[in-house]
Design a protein around this ligand. Structure first.
Ligand code: 9D3
Length: 250
């Protein structure tokens, strides 16, 4: 899969994508990522990418021509008509389902918004606006990285089998069970921090059941909304009924 990211901070994107599973997939050629400096698509001496808003008001707006020129250059070079995303607080919320849908595309362009926004005419060339959540970050670069990372890891060959199984279970809708590694006990000011015995027992049926119970307990406690859409197997349904009964079915 190919990604093109258009930004005024190319180094921010390049550095972040060089590490981890995404970095390796780029090295292996499973992913192609091109990062474009928006300033290269200006035609004035000072490479100005922003301007004051018509009608007045605070802040600056990204000018339309550099973004539209960058898009034209990307389309000309790739010979395809890629799907174009604009990072925007006005966009639909990114979730695992959106990431999965985008991961089926062969070519995605991400335009990073900045300042108070982007000239509205750019939207005529944008297929979809995406937000990463209801909080304010300083620009579209971090959202673009989140989008590229979430989408890229769903592309076959980017993460190992193990993780894709785990991702399946995330989209099944439960929080992860607690994880432990060695040592089995740590001295602490208030006694000992220990690993649950069942995980040391070697009884894999019991371990599986404990993990299901712990995942359900956590989900019930922290994200009960997820249980409305979670896909539970028979054992999980039975455990959940037990947990709800224990809690007095609040
Ligand atoms: C919604 C806040 N706006 C109030 C007038 C000003 C504003 C602040 C920060 C407009 C844009 C930005 C930069 N943020 C993004 O471009 C952005 C973003 C975000 O802030 N949160 C979640 N997802 C995204 S995607 C792009």
């Amino acid at each position: 899969m190919r990604f093109d990211v258009v930004t005024i901070f190319p180094a921010m994107i390049e550095h972040a994508l060089r590490v981890g599973v995404v970095g390796r997939a780029i090295d292996e050629g499973v992913l192609q990522v091109r990062v474009h400096d928006l300033r290269n698509f200006t035609s004035d001496r000072h490479h100005v990418v922003d301007d004051v808003p018509y009608g007045g008001g605070p802040g600056m707006v990204l000018k339309p021509e550099p973004l539209l020129k960058a898009l034209e250059a990307i389309e000309l070079e790739s010979g395809r008509r890629p799907v174009v995303i604009l990072t925007s607080p006005q966009g639909g919320r990114l979730d695992q389902e959106v990431a999965r849908r985008l991961s089926r595309l062969s070519h995605l362009v991400v335009l990073c918004g900045r300042y108070e926004g982007v000239d509205e005419r750019v939207r005529s060339r944008v297929d979809e606006e995406i937000s990463i959540g209801d909080y304010v970050v300083s620009g579209g670069e971090l959202p673009a990285l989140v989008i590229v990372d979430a989408v890229a890891r769903l592309v076959p060959g980017v993460v190992g089998d193990q993780q894709s199984v785990a991702e399946e279970s995330f989209s099944r809708g439960l929080l992860d069970f607690p994880q432990y590694t060695r040592p089995a006990a740590i001295a602490d000011s208030s006694g000992e921090l220990v690993v649950p015995d069942v995980l040391l027992s070697g009884n894999h049926r019991e371990i599986r059941r404990w993990r299901k119970r712990a995942a359900l307990l956590r989900t019930l406690d922290r994200r009960p909304d997820l249980l409305e859409t979670a896909v539970l197997d028979d054992e999980e349904q039975e455990i959940l009924r037990g947990l709800l009964a224990e809690r007095g079915d609040r």
